[in-house]
Design a protein around this ligand. Structure first.
Ligand code: BTN
Length: 254
């Protein structure tokens, strides 16, 4: 149920309006349903919990109360959607650092701390009424009690609460993130994507690491050497084979 609405006219595009819900199935799906209406670009749907939160590659995103769950409506050029999903990882990591945890960015757009995931992004492209939209869904483990996550997730996840041992208001995390994303997005609209990806490459902690990447075509093991201007991860395997990976799940290996 929708429980509130907030406005910030200072923002250029993102977060000028926020619709707050107590509980939804998935904020991405709620926003998709709302696309039947005329909505302004940058609208944020924010929920206190999700009954069926979604992660990348069809995985579930456990969403108990305490976490931050939002989806943002964007209308970029379709050709830029992939790059945009990656770029959103930069303000996410910046936000977590601002709140006291030195998170790093794992390709494509996970925020991790000491090998454990703190936040993730699910970017979905949808056509409605002849217009292309991107729904950028962001989940942050802010004040989560990790015991409330499924056991297999607990082992790989952490939260701000656990790492800084302080209560971090979701409002503060949300405000800071939206401000940073608004800034990235406004620069992105006027900057050629390859230039923005240069900034991403500087921020991406995966480059230089030995990785195992789960892809639709199987596992790739090797060294991550670069991210292309289109956002693909380059991995060079032990036989000097070069792999350009557009989609996959990265694990760091020793
Ligand atoms: C991932 O790392 O797998 C992406 C996780 C994205 C989770 C967020 S929570 C808010 C939004 N609504 C969803 O159902 N998923 C995203």
């Amino acid at each position: 149920m929708k429980t509130g609405e907030f406005h910030n006219p200072q923002r250029k595009t993102i977060g000028r309006t926020i619709w707050h819900y107590d509980a939804v199935e998935s904020t991405n799906d709620t926003l998709k349903e709302l696309l039947e209406q005329d909505l302004e670009e940058g609208l944020v749907v924010w929920a206190d919990r999700q009954a069926a939160g979604k992660g990348r590659h069809g995985r579930a995103w456990a969403s108990p109360p305490g976490g931050l769950y939002i989806s943002i409506l964007l209308r970029p050029k379709e050709a830029h959607a992939q790059v945009l999903g990656l770029l959103a990882g930069m303000p996410l990591v910046k936000t977590l650092r601002h709140l006291g945890v030195f998170a790093t960015l794992k390709w494509p757009n996970d925020a991790i701390f000491q090998g454990r995931k703190l936040a993730g992004i699910l970017s979905e492209g949808v056509y409605r009424r002849d217009t292309y939209h991107v729904i950028l869904g962001v989940g942050v483990n802010t004040n989560l009690d990790l015991e409330r996550l499924p056991p297999d997730v607990q082992a790989r996840a952490t939260s701000l609460k656990r790492e800084v041992n302080l209560y971090v208001a979701n409002e503060e995390c949300l405000e800071y993130f939206l401000e940073q994303l608004d800034d990235v997005y406004s620069r992105y609209v006027h900057t050629p994507a390859p230039l923005m990806m240069k900034e991403y490459r500087g921020a991406c902690g995966t480059i230089g690491k030995r990785v195992s990447v789960d892809t639709a075509k199987g596992k790739v093991l090797g060294k991550a050497t670069d991210v292309t201007p289109a956002g693909a991860l380059i991995v060079v395997d032990d036989k000097e084979g070069r792999h350009e990976i557009v989609d996959g799940t990265v694990e760091y290996v020793e």
